[in-house]
Every structure is written in structure tokens, then in C-alpha cells.
Write a protein that binds this ligand. Structure first.
Ligand code: SAM
Length: 239
């Protein structure tokens, strides 16, 4: 069982106390000149987010670690994985979860545009996953089929919902292609997608390639975030 922090399911409780704090809030950040409203909101959310506290307490580099923990709690896939690809791995929270859940047995190849502090058991590349060089390098590092390809990649947001959705879907498509090339029989593919899920053609193709394909939004994924996750299990290599 995950030691889940206590919070309202939506995190959107609006009642305020005399100090102007909404229920569950410990801090309120004042808007000051030169600070953008969006960064004030971000800071306030971070300061009041129980998953941020929990990550600090449990030694995870990012609150996103709880999303993978909750996906695993629901679909139980981490225990037996030996070889894992972590796409969009920075700062390393998902890799930490894989290492912990496999008692440091798994070997991970992770990639991100950003640098990542080393983790024993993981090889991290700082490259653009969509480039040909990145794919070649990852294939070169692999020494056999992979049990799990997981992608938490998200394109930098533009503020325009449709553009962000389309860009992230393009990343999922490339990740899915990579998964088809590298997964072992029975392997698993996980990817972050936005509300509305995967594109219909891609979903149809996934359903042919895997025994089960499901969408799931873990409790730690913020209610106001459009993200959700695709979990495809039981890869059929011969299709
Ligand atoms: N799962 C990570 C963890 O738990 O620490 C958090 C991942 S973060 C939500 C998404 C990451 O995707 C960002 O670090 C971003 O740099 C990365 N990303 C986005 N586009 C990418 C690309 N084309 N190639 C590699 N990484 C990419």
C-alpha cells in the first residue's frame, strides 16, 4: 500500500478561513510586483501540495513518483520487470520507483532533454528522444528485449490546449513506435496522454499489439490537469 497523503480528491476546496487560506492550505503567497500570477499560483500549489511533502519525506525527486506508484498499485506490473526504458525521465522520480519496487534489480535506460542526477542501476542520456541519434543510441545501449517502456514525456506547454494536446500525442506516437521495436513478448507500455486519450487510429493499433489497453488517471494526478495515462499490457511480438 502506498502511504498516500491526505487531501481532498479534487484539491479544489474553495472555503477560506479568516486568514484567507482554503481548507488544506498551509501557505498563501502574496502577489508582488514582478511576479506573474501563474508563477504565484504554481508556488502556492507547490507549498500546499501534500504529494510534494510526501516526496520530500520518502526521498523521491518528484511528486510524479506517486503517479507511477499508483499506476502500479492498480495494474501491478513493476514487480517482475528487469529491463526498463524511461522516456522523459528527469528528474528521475519514476526511475527511483522502478528501482525501489524491483529491489534495485531492474536496469533502466532513461532519456530527457534535461540533465539528470545519476542513479545506480540507471543510464541516463541527455538528448531529444524524437531525434534519430537518440533512438540509435538507445538501441545501441540495449542488450536484449525490454519489459517496460514508460513515457511521462510532455511537450513544453504553449497555453493553447489543442496545440499542447497534439504535441504530446506526437511524443506518444514516437514512444509507441519505439516500444513496438524493443518490447519483449508480454511487455508493457505506459504513456502520459491528455484528456480525450490517445488518437483513435493509434488506440486501434495498440489494441492489436497488446492484450489489454486502458486509460487511468491516478489520484495524485491533479484534477485540474488534463493528463491521464495509457496502460497497455501483454505485448504480442508477432503482430
Ligand atoms: N517522470 C519524471 C519523474 O518522475 O521524475 C517526470 C517527467 S516530466 C513530467 C516530463 C519530462 O519530459 C520533462 O523533464 C521534459 O524535459 C521531458 N521531455 C519532453 N519532451 C522530450 C523529448 N523530446 N525528449 C526527451 N525528453 C522530453
Amino acid at each position: 500500500m502506498i502511504k498516500r497523503p491526505k487531501l481532498s480528491r479534487t484539491g479544489n476546496v474553495r472555503k477560506t478561513n479568516p486568514q484567507g487560506l482554503t481548507r488544506g492550505e498551509k501557505f498563501r503567497v502574496k502577489t508582488s510586483r514582478g511576479r506573474k500570477i501563474s508563477s504565484v499560483r504554481w508556488l502556492q500549489r507547490q507549498l500546499n501540495d501534500p504529494y510534494v511533502d510526501a516526496a520530500r519525506r520518502d526521498g523521491y525527486r518528484a511528486r510524479s513518483a506517486y503517479k507511477l506508484l499508483e499506476l502500479d498499485e492498480k495494474f501491478s506490473f513493476l514487480q517482475h520487470v528487469k529491463s526498463v526504458i524511461d522516456l522523459g525521465a528527469a528528474p528521475g522520480g519514476w526511475s527511483q520507483v522502478v528501482l525501489k519496487k524491483t529491489s534495485r534489480y531492474a536496469r533502466i535506460i532513461g532519456i530527457d532533454l534535461l540533465p539528470i542526477e545519476p542513479l545506480e542501476g540507471a543510464t541516463f542520456l541527455q538528448m531529444d528522444f524524437t531525434s534519430k541519434e537518440a533512438e540509435d543510441k538507445m538501441l545501441e545501449l540495449l542488450d536484449g528485449p525490454v519489459d517496460l517502456v514508460m513515457s511521462d514525456m510532455a511537450a513544453a506547454t504553449t497555453g493553447h490546449q489543442q496545440t499542447d494536446h497534439t504535441r504530446t500525442l506526437a511524443l506518444v506516437e514516437i514512444a509507441f513506435d519505439f516500444a513496438k521495436k524493443t518490447l519483449a513478448e508480454g511487455g508493457i507500455f505506459i504513456a502520459k496522454v491528455f484528456r480525450g486519450g490517445a488518437d483513435q487510429d493509434m488506440l486501434a493499433e495498440m489494441k492489436k499489439c497488446f492484450k489489454t489497453v486502458r486509460h487511468y488517471k491516478p489520484p495524485s494526478s491533479r484534477a485540474e490537469s488534463a493528463e491521464t495515462f495509457l496502460i497497455a499490457q501483454g505485448f504480442k511480438k508477432e503482430i
